[in-house]
Design a protein around this ligand. Structure first.
Ligand code: ZN
Length: 135
């Protein structure tokens, strides 16, 4: 009887609150490397426990190779190269490349305007619908 009594949706809401608290604490104590690295491990554990992806804004705050907390200017170098943001971790000297995408995703948020384009269909159906239009 070890099943969780809290529904999974509620679990994720709670986890998000915890993550927020953890990352705000990490931001405050960013000078203490040991503590911030522990906090990031904790945050990852929280997310994994409820099988949730870490939100992007949190993901950008640590190095995905060594899980060290990153603060631009001190232990992170930020450059733009070939339409990518290149983040270099000064702890492990590895790179994280984030492509700069055009603002295509904005159509998803505008549900009313893009009704004709059928935004609800995911990638698989998109290719098929394109073929139909050509015919
Ligand atoms: Zn690193």
């Amino acid at each position: 009887m070890a099943k969780a009594r809290i529904p999974k949706k509620r679990q994720k809401v709670i986890a998000k609150e915890h993550l927020k608290a953890v990352f705000t604490l990490a931001k405050e104590k960013r000078s203490d490397k040991n503590l911030t690295n522990k906090l990031i491990k904790l945050a990852r554990k929280i997310a994994m426990k409820v099988r949730m992806r870490l939100p992007l804004n949190y993901k950008r705050q640590y190095c995905k190779h060594c899980y060290s907390y990153q603060t631009p200017g001190t232990n992170q170098r930020v450059r733009i190269q070939n339409k990518k943001v290149v983040l270099k971790c000064q702890e492990c000297n590895k790179f994280t490349r984030i492509p700069i995408t055009p603002k295509r995703k904005q159509t998803k948020t505008k549900k009313k305007g893009s009704k004709n384009k059928k935004p609800d269909n995911r990638r698989k159906s998109k290719s098929s619908s394109k073929r139909q239009r050509k015919n």
